[in-house]
Write a protein that binds this ligand. Structure first.
Ligand SMILES: Cc1ncc(COP(=O)(O)O)c(C=O)c1O
Length: 455
């Protein structure tokens, strides 16, 4: 059970099916266009959506808003240093700012950034720094149904080939857990081997540590030799293998805004600090308020509590069990921050050109007011100039992201019921076609419409 009780509550809207149908139509069948007051259960993101603890809220009252040298910065820095062991800690307003600053300082034009899987902002920031992002997920990641415990790993042979090859590798960045790869964890053995390869080739080894605590928990549960360690010890062992880390603290510091860039190398840190001051803010606040820094310091301690992580992982596993019982496949094994529904398998009557993941996301809203995001051909597919899908995504998935400390067991049971109702008659779910879409980041802005079915 959850190791906390609820002290402050917020009502959630419950609309009728007719109201939701109209809301979806008015939103151009894009869940990103819905408003909060139209949504019953919001599983769009686990980022910045967690519930604060009483301890975090009381720490916020200590927020020191001094421009330079604020006390809050030192409490933030100490919490990050105790956790990671890095000497140079720069606060940023969120994870993508740390990525932009780091890649700008590390990558020469044409350099490669190699990863188990780049998150989409990470990839975009590599490209903005004139680098090229290369993903090398392990072979096990391709089988969505297998229970391999560490499908977030990098393919070590491919990494070695890349590091020994003719192209210049400017950085290797490991995303823990691997959000773009089904939320799967990375093993300590894989991290160590990747770190050793980088050291041998003189390439900086960086962690994208947005979900460092959830990765550590899955290592404790799944990796031989680590079961007697605390999540904080495992996290520290992971950071010890790296030259630095970028982190979105909107995930595993359970705050609404924040991030860090932490480094060992003094000169690199100095170059990054100059850009930080020019673009985010002075080195002791980096775009955050003193109260944010205080809440992060507390959140970083709370998130590694075994009782918290145990309950959070159990919540996701429970939802996975209910959904699978209802006959819907997920990417296995379940991770922690999200479940990925296999929409392609559920909606067999649709082709990738009918965007089955997007169709299922729209249906989850209309059927139950559940908002979530597609991770399929709408997000990753490629169309020709006339709008015909020429390269579908490898899988048609829907991500149900689970905010931290927000929803109760009965909320999740409700989600599983709605999924189960759809699974009873999947062929009633219409495909979708694109009506309008910008070239860049189209899944955020596009409008679609249902394709009438033959039934
Ligand atoms: C793995 C990963 N890296 C980086 C980011 C970017 O972080 P932010 O949203 O704080 O900019 C995210 C956000 O979802 C993420 O999941």
């Amino acid at each position: 059970m959850e190791p906390y009780r609820i002290k402050v509550v917020e009502p959630i809207p419950v609309l009728t099916r007719a109201e939701r149908t109209e809301a979806m139509r008015a939103a151009g069948y894009n869940p990103f266009n819905l408003n909060a007051d139209q949504i019953t259960i919001d599983l769009l993101s686990d980022s910045g959506t967690g519930a604060l603890s009483a301890a975090q809220q009381s720490a916020a009252a200590l927020g020191d808003e001094t421009y330079a040298g604020a006390r809050s910065y030192y409490r933030f820095r100490d919490a990050v240093t105790v956790l990671t062991g890095f000497d140079h800690v720069l606060p940023v307003h969120q994870g993508r700012a740390a990525e932009r600053i780091l890649f700008g300082a590390l990558l020469q034009p044409g350099a490669l950034s190699v990863s188990n899987t780049h998150f989409d902002t990470t990839r975009a920031n590599v490209h903005l720094s004139c680098g090229t992002a290369v993903d090398l997920p392990c072979a096990e990641a391709k089988d969505l149904d297998s229970d391999d415990p560490f499908k977030g790993n990098i393919d070590l042979d491919a990494l070695e080939g890349m590091l020994s090859g003719p192209d210049y590798v400017g950085v290797v960045i490991m995303t823990i857990t691997n959000n773009g790869g089904g939320g799967q964890p990375v093993s300590m053995a894989n991290l160590r081997a990747a770190s050793e390869l980088c050291r041998a080739h003189g390439v900086p080894f960086i962690l994208d540590a947005a979900r460092f605590a959830e990765n550590a928990w899955l290592v404790v549960q799944r990796e031989p030799g680590w079961s007697d360690k605390t999540p904080a010890e495992v996290a520290r062992a992971a950071f010890d293998l790296a030259d630095g880390a970028v982190a979105s603290l909107k995930k595993d510091a359970i705050v609404h805004m924040g991030g860090f860039l932490a480094l060992r190398d003094k000169d690199l840190a100095a170059r990054c600090e100059a850009v930080l001051i020019a673009t985010e803010g002075f080195r002791t606040y980096g775009g955050l308020a003193g109260r944010d820094l205080e809440m992060i310091a507390v959140g970083l301690r709370e998130v590694v509590e075994p009782s918290y992580l145990r309950a959070r992982a159990a919540q996701t596993e429970y939802l996975a069990e209910l959904i699978e019982k209802a006959g819907v496949s997920i990417v296995r094994p379940p991770g922690i921050h999200a479940l990925y529904l296999n929409a392609g398998r559920l909606l067999r009557h649709l082709t990738p050109a009918d965007y089955p993941g997007h169709a299922l996301a729209c249906e989850l809203y209309v059927a139950g007011g559940i908002r979530c995001a597609e991770l399929g051909s709408l997000y990753l597919g490629v169309e020709d100039e006339s709008g015909v899908l020429v390269k579908p995504a490898p899988y048609e998935l829907v991500r149900l992201a689970i905010p931290r400390r927000v929803y109760t067991q009965s909320h999740l049971e409700y989600v599983a019921e709605v999924v189960g109702e759809i699974a009873k008659d999947p062929e009633s779910v219409p495909g979708q076609r694109i009506v309008s879409a910008p070239d860049l980041l189209r899944h955020f802005h596009c409008r679609t419409e249902p394709v009438p079915t033959a039934r």
